[in-house]
Design a binder for this molecule. Sequence first.
Ligand code: NI
Length: 145
Amino acid sequence: MSSLVRFGVSMEKDLCDIFDQFIQEHGFNNRSEAIRDLIREKLSLEKGFKSKEVMGTVTIIYNHHFKNLSENLTEIEHSFQRNILFSNHVHITHDYCLEVIVVKGMEKQLRDLTNRIGGQKGVLMALPSFITADIRWEDQIDVSC
Ligand code: NI
């Protein structure tokens, strides 16, 4: 077993309250155990897909009042214009926007796009949802009546 490393984590109180609730509901013994599990899950999701062509969506929620955020998002999306088929924007409240970006390309590139968007200040969520573009649906779904 490798040695343990300790580090501090800062987060907004609201988010921490929700996280504590999550810990309780999922039966974790403490925050460290929950964080380790979430990190493993996230890393295993990212592993092994990077050389595949996929398509799907990146759903983002952000507060458009953050300085330069709208301009930065537009800039990022333009730099991935070959991967973005279209996007849709809904103003969900006075402050928050929901955007669904339909994407296609190598999974690694689409993860980079997702991470760049998710790393912007004011972005609450950048949720990728991809499937392999060459999936044979008849193998996956029983279409007989
Ligand atoms: Ni909006």
